[in-house]
Design a protein around this ligand. Sequence first.
Ligand code: IFG
Length: 478
Amino acid sequence: MRGLGDVIPVPARVRPVPAAAFTIDPGTAVRAAPGTAAVAEHLAGALRAATGHRVPVDGDGAIRLVLEDGHGAEGYSLEVRPDAVIVAAQTPAGLFAAVQTVRQLLPVAGTGDAVLPGGRIEDRPRFAYRGVMLDLARHFFTPDEVRSFIDAIVPFKINHLHLHLTDDQGWRLEIAGWPRLTEVSGGPGTGVGGTGPGFLTAAEYAELVAYAADRFVTVVPEIDMPGHVNAAQVAYPELTRDGLAVPPRHDRAVGYSSLCVDKEETYAFVEDVIREVAALTPGPYLHIGGDEADATSAEDYRAFLHRVLPLVAKYGKRAVGWHEVAAAELPVVPQFWRTAADDAGVARAVAGGGQVIMSPADRTYLDMKYDADSPLGLDWAGLLDVARAYDWDPATRLPGVGERAVLGVEAPLWSETLGSLADVQTMTFPRLPAIAEVAWSPQAVRDWASFRRRLATFGPRWTAQGIAYHRSPEVPWA
Ligand code: IFG
């Protein structure tokens, strides 16, 4: 039987009262207060799966969802007594976070009564932005596979999904005004090694955005520029220096391509793409990449950003970029990704009041090998085992970037070496739960000994759900 605090991310405050357990039996129902019906359905669904009981949502259930002040944007309280379970939050997102906690306290699937451990949890996230990035450009994954990925990350209170939609190898989102981007560079065999089918139509992207939003996950689309643009230049030669077509590339090299900063065609293209992507994206962020622009001079890079960053604002979005974009000294959220001990551009951006998304590759890059024997993944940022993904503090990683300057944490998963959903899952689990706890839980309540014990209980759950994971020797798997 799980204890009340045996969840990931570990809650901020847990007061177990073991004698006060609540039993979900055939008479159990969920009571939804006004404005909580959608989350009530998620909760009832989880209770039905765990017990096989009917668990209706009706007017007088013993399991109550309540909206009240005092919990912040995503915080909640969970009170479990023998006669009642009260889930309280200030927002539906907070109620949904509580539902993830309740789900982890129950069997994934079962038939028959289930018991919720008694006591009270008071919980709220340390950082607002808790993300994962999936690279659809190096290898494309279908909408169903992306939905399955969303289902697997939601239990860990992840609330942003960054989709890396374009790169040198492929362009993965249909742009109505520029159809050759996907007709030519989104087709079968445009992935690394000439593998992988496809691209997202606008409708499929919109469906993914809605699916994610229903689970309180905000999609952050990335159009990488001015580098990582070979796929766009294959489709539209007018975007190259001499107007001549460039050959498609299916290798793993980076840093060789660049949009032409001094050609007006470039900005017509960029503005059309930003406008269409912004129109398809209800979330506040639009990621413009900006990494590894080695084929763009520093002067051209800054000039490009000075033309493009205002376009992101023009279409109502907040720009995010890999942290090199801080060179522009314009409003943009830098996403720190390298292994360097510090970064002057990021420190400067923060000094001006900006916030940073922390993705140091040596702690968060899920495409790094677990160990020297890992068949999948790369190792340029070092080997990343579960303990190393867990044992760091985003608020002390970079000089000049303290608690208030950290917007949040994101775990990028690059797909050069991943050819299947099982590969994606194996690299994601169990390191993502470690990073999710770094992003949600107070530093003071986190410790590796407790985390690895709690993590061990997820092995059987992932197996029951058909989710592949790396059986790291660091974890005492149940
Ligand atoms: N760096 C590149 C990615 C990818 C990655 C693989 C960033 C921001 C190495 N850029 O990470 O395109 O190739 O680990």
